[in-house]
Design a protein around this ligand. Sequence first.
Ligand code: ARG
Length: 567
Amino acid sequence: MSIKSAALAALASAYKLNGLGAVPSVIRSTKPEFGDLQCNEMMRLAKATGKNTHDLAASVAAAARNDVFDEVSVAGPGFVNFRLSNETIAAEASAMLGDPALGAEKQRPIRTVIDFGGPNVAKALHVGHLRSFVIGESLRRILSEIGHDVISDIHLGDWGLQMGKLLYGAAIASGWQHGDPVPFIKDFSFDEMSVEELGILYKSGNAASEDETALAVARLLTNMLQDGHPILTAAWKRMREISLEAVSATAEQLGAHFDLLLGESDAHSEIAPMLDDLVSRGLARESDGALVIEVSGEELPDNAPPLLLRKSDGAALYGTTDLATLRRRVRDIGAQQIIYCTDDRQALHVGSVFSAARVAGYANGIELRHVTFGTVRGWNGKPFKTRDGSAAALGEMIELALAKAAEKVKDKDSATAVGLGALKFTDLSIPRKTGYVFDIDRMTSFEGRTGPYLQYAYARICSILNKAALAGIVPGVTISVSHPSERAVLVECLWYPHSLSEAARRLEPFEIAERAYQVADTFSRFYTDCEVLTGEDPPARLATCKLVAQVIGKCLELLGMETVRRM
Ligand code: ARG
């Protein structure tokens, strides 16, 4: 039983005894002097029942007393405060020590598709992709940990006008000139092409298509590709492959796992039957030669434009492939919940796809959630850029973090884990909707809320446990509370199951990052205040150390970070 449910159970029976019909709620105390948990509902309930607040609070507190708590008291105008007994803390912490789930209860499994990373073919990964990879991977781990059946998919951008522009870049590079009959790719060897070269084709195609005639060709190429033109298809396949290889390497380096590496193009065969279905049921309508579906909903502005499903020239769009993919995820994968991780600039797009799916009946009873996040900024407060003014390349950001970590950590493998951990922890240590400034020195610092601080705390506890083992002392199987600082760190550990369920409910890895930090921070006070190896009961205190290492280790794992045993 979590400490929160213990307080809720005590309150439930106290409410009953006092004739209150409400469902109780309780929060963590805002200040330690108030105890461990508090209930702030007495003012509201007293008003509703015409009772005196203080009398009601006193009577609820009296009825809520049981041996889980040392004290249940009333403070201020009627707050009910709970202080856990040391016996409860010791018993709960001991139970947690022997439990691989660390006291977290598994939830009823929900088949969940999580869509993150989402790069576009040929476009270099940049700062904007960091957060989607890091937040998405952490959520994948958090949701799996809590018992859901999670399938991750990258949803590669490989089908829209972007591809026409890329093919245009390739056509030009292969010697095709405006005025030549068919703009396809002649004698162009893709076999030896690197991602960098691919990136150049993409850039040139993108830049050229600012001009109307070039754009018209790019549109034509998009259509030809979508219609299965064999030469374009072969070229596109190869370019997609080169790109996917590079993306997979970066994903692997970042520790992001994908069960599926599907893209927009994989929805192609679904598009025609889906559009027929929407037209035949009168849900999609013609508008200036294009096909659209009306959208509305809470997540959209009142005057949201309809979602464009087919352009007048016949091409499918980003929204079309997304809707078809959603439909397939529900029908073929059996998704009960689908989570999309993209920055908030895609809110209108994602909201429109959700709305269209609901209107079409493709998402009946399905939970659709958009996980957005704020921007990574440079010192000037603007989106983080490299010197040439383009968005900072993800690869360079990773290199920078690895180089900084190598300066600070001698052990090579540990330095890699610390460098990547620094990047990830920075990203996850603030609520995801908040942006942050990319400051490599702060990220790799060993002080404050940083990855290196936590990895170091973990390594330090491992070395304490090792040292004890060498002296023949092993951690006990029960934990006791022998000092206020030990009490404090154990209480932080006991909040772990709550942090996990909050992280899963709100899709917010920050909850886990903050839990890790609070545990590590209170641990360092405990370690300063209490002798572990030379004190009265070394096995009991070592058991506390072991639990702390387990909790920090689990949190880092959920954040997608590696732990190191030495630094
Ligand atoms: N490829 C998109 C981009 O680069 C992100 C894809 C997000 N996922 C989705 N199902 N729309 O912006």
